[in-house]
Design a protein around this ligand. Structure first.
Ligand code: PEP
Length: 247
């Protein structure tokens, strides 16, 4: 049976001290959870968050990384740098990175390979715009994103990739995909993975993301194919995020 992974994505919110306080509050609230609890914090908060999360069941993730180990890439952070300080997870290809920072399917693919090379667990984000949904091309778009992202990965790496299906129109808008619609797209994603690598498809954890909150988490996460969530806004308050984790 696949484990549920509930990951918070703080985006560009909270400083290092706020991160430490948050983790100290969250650890008591989620200590009995059997779900995987991940909090993806800004780079400057990683060290404090990792320290605060020691000897707890909370894992810390970054929200992005470069695919190179080092070099002349001013302002970037490498996967080795993340690994060296004890980061476990990294979000790859969030729609905000694709939209505002020109991330392409090609760089997403490079980042995935690099994350595995440096022992990081990637959370790969895919999802369609409202226009694409209205045009009826959600399945083609999302499965193509998945195919391009996973291109050239080993079977084992594919099996260890966490995928977050995040319809862009549902991110930060308060609009959530219906649990049936989210489950259907996630099933299409799993079918696509079966086409690429049948042996591991049933192991791949596929989350839903897009305005998840404590009121809708249970309904979403109890669907047959939804293996947890990637949570933005509602992860900023420890008590609310804990309710989602303990749905
Ligand atoms: C996200 O940041 O990935 C996200 C899903 O945000 P929100 O939960 O705020 O829609």
């Amino acid at each position: 049976m696949r484990k549920k992974v509930i990951a918070g994505n703080w985006k560009m919110n909270k400083n290092a001290v706020e991160a430490e306080n948050y983790i100290n509050e969250l650890k008591e609230l989620v200590k009995d959870s059997t779900n995987e609890v991940v909090v993806c914090v800004p780079f400057i908060a990683l060290c404090k968050a990792i320290n605060a999360a020691k000897e707890t069941n909370i894992k810390i993730g970054a929200q992005n990384m470069h695919f190179e180990e080092k070099g002349a890439y001013t302002g970037e952070i490498s996967p080795k740098m993340l690994r060296d300080i004890g980061v476990e997870y990294v979000i790859i290809g969030h729609s905000e990175r694709r939209e505002y920072f020109n991330e392409s399917d090609e760089t997403v693919n490079k980042k995935l390979k690099s994350a595995f090379e440096y022992g990081l667990k990637p959370i790969l984000c895919v999802g369609e715009t409202l226009t694409q949904r209205e045009e009826g091309i959600t399945k083609a778009w999302v499965t193509n994103q998945v195919r391009l992202a996973l291109d050239g990965l080993t079977n084992e790496q594919i099996g260890n990739t966490i995928i977050a299906y995040e319809p862009i129109w549902a991110i930060g808008t308060g609009k959530t995909a219906s649990s049936e619609d989210a489950n259907e797209v996630i099933r299409w994603i799993r079918e696509e993975i079966k086409n690429i690598c049948r042996e591991v498809a049933e192991n791949v954890i596929i989350q839903y993301g897009g305005s998840v909150k404590s009121e809708n988490a249970k309904e979403l996460f109890e669907m047959s194919d939804i293996d947890g969530g990637l949570v933005g806004g509602a992860s900023l308050i420890a008590e609310e995020f804990a309710k989602i984790v303990n749905y």
